[in-house]
Write a protein that binds this ligand. Structure first.
Ligand code: HEM
Length: 421
């Protein structure tokens, strides 16, 4: 039996007996886990973030063991996607896509909406396919430094193939996480073949982008000019230019970022629109702050976001109520004690984000959608209360979500432009 300490579900039984089913991990427990050095997330049997070589090996029947190896390239990647200098570089690319998306929606409301009065026309739509396209276009722009034209009424065949591949990869991943790949391979399950084929497409798309980025870079170096399209050629351009990672690693990392950045932002954005829609007073408060900040920022998106903390609070609030990853998982390398339970090293510990986000032990009036709750500083928090480790949607520590800054900014920019419409 795999040893698992789970805040709610299957319980670690080997040494401690059964926990009460209402037990949840609290911020203080997470802080305890964080202190135990060398905690790495569990790697899945079928790794959604596996490199192409690994996927191909899976296909041939060579299976990786669950590993917890630290990827040395993560540090290099952090520089290009997590640091504030990197955010400054890629923010305008996200802003471009967010503005285009809003213009598109505005036109659509004008064309298809009901109501005679201009600017008060209304249109009821299911936004999920549009948000999916937005997230894909935004990710491609940030990563490859180029637009792939998904907002066009007739995207290129290449882009259509790419959308198909990302959709299939995302749809086939969840069932594969719960079925043994060896079995699927043995019986030649179409699910598995479809999944691997989708990855093949995604990787060849990345390959083509890498070739193009190389050509751009070498022609600009040859002619002494900057890369076509401006100084910044996306995360990919930066990684190639810095030359610290091998091409194989660049390809694997860029593709991982590509795969990790679509539904993760599209779904919370939809929940964001839902909560802002059903809480008009909150919407009004956020809109007022955003409009004020936008007016003062003189067109600088980064300044505008800095002046609108309620927007950041909105994203945190959405991810508290509707976390994308249900759990954050770690294997402690030392024995630790959580809630008076002894957890031996090597036990998988899962922090279940959904119950924690809705627990009155952690949040006052947890079911209220209140972006302002995140403005409370540590000092203002009740004495003795652990104020950190409450916002865990992106994980924590060295292995936290590497796309965090891209995701936060992408979602905030889109909401900002929506609210300023
Ligand atoms: C709202 C959006 C997102 C949420 C809630 C989210 C959440 C997470 C979580 C919980 C983890 C595991 C962290 C841990 O164990 O501590 C993770 C890892 C990861 N995420 Fe995200 N993510 C989001 C968006 C993105 C985006 C936009 C990208 C890519 C651009 C991305 C790429 C990744 C990658 C590559 C990893 C693995 C990192 C590693 O193992 O070192 N994510 N994400």
């Amino acid at each position: 039996m795999e040893r698992t300490f789970n805040a709610l579900g299957p319980i670690y039984r080997e040494k401690v007996g059964t926990l009460s089913s209402v037990n949840i991990l609290l911020p203080a427990d997470i802080s305890e886990m964080f202190k135990s050095e060398g905690l790495h997330p569990r790697r899945m049997t079928l790794e959604p973030w596996a490199t192409h070589r690994e996927i191909r090996n899976h296909r041939k029947g060579v299976f990786l063991k669950n590993g917890e190896e630290w990827r040395s390239d993560r540090l290099q990647l952090n520089k290009e996607v997590m640091m504030s200098a990197a955010v400054r570089r890629f923010l305008p690319l996200l802003d471009d896509v967010a503005k285009d998306f809003c213009r598109l929606l505005e036109d659509r409301v004008e064309r298809e909406g009901r109501g005679a009065e201009e600017a008060k026309r209304s249109l009821t739509i299911d936004p999920s396919p549009d948000l999916f396209r937005f997230a894909l276009e935004a990710s491609c722009h940030v990563l490859y430094g180029e637009r792939i034209g998904l907002f066009s009424s007739s995207p290129s065949l290449e882009s259509q193939k790419f959308i198909w591949a990302v959709e299939r990869m995302l749809t086939t991943t969840p069932p594969l996480l719960y079925l043994p790949p060896r079995l699927l391979l043995r019986v030649g399950a179409p699910l598995w073949t479809e999944h691997a084929t989708a990855w093949d497409h995604i990787f060849s798309h990345a390959e083509a982008r890498i070739q193009r980025a190389y050509q751009r870079l070498s022609s600009s170096q040859g002619s002494g000019t900057v890369a076509a399209g401006g100084l910044y050629g996306g995360v990919l351009g930066q990684l190639i230019e810095k030359g610290k990672l091998s091409l194989d690693l660049i390809k694997a990392n860029i593709t991982e970022l590509m795969a990790g950045g679509v539904d993760t932002t599209a779904v919370p954005l939809q929940f964001g629109l839902f909560e802002l829609g059903r809480n008009p007073e909150v919407q009004d408060r956020v809109r007022q702050q955003v409009k004020r900040s936008w007016a003062q920022a003189g067109g600088d998106p980064q300044k505008a976001l800095q002046g609108a903390p309620l927007l950041k609070g909105t994203i945190k609030e959405i991810l508290r109520l509707y976390p994308v990853g249900i759990t954050v998982q770690r294997y402690p390398v030392h024995d630790i004690v959580l809630q008076n339970y002894h957890i031996p090293a090597g036990t998988m510990v899962q922090a279940c984000l959904y119950p924690m986000g809705r627990s009155s032990q952690v949040f006052e009036e947890p079911l209220n959608f209140d972006p302002g709750r995140w403005s409370v500083s540590r000092e203002e928090g009740q004495r003795g209360e652990v104020m950190g480790f409450r916002s865990l949607a992106f994980g924590f520590g060295a292995r936290q979500c590497v796309g965090r800054r891209i995701a936060e900014n992408e979602m905030q920019l889109l909401l900002m432009h929506f609210l300023c419409l």
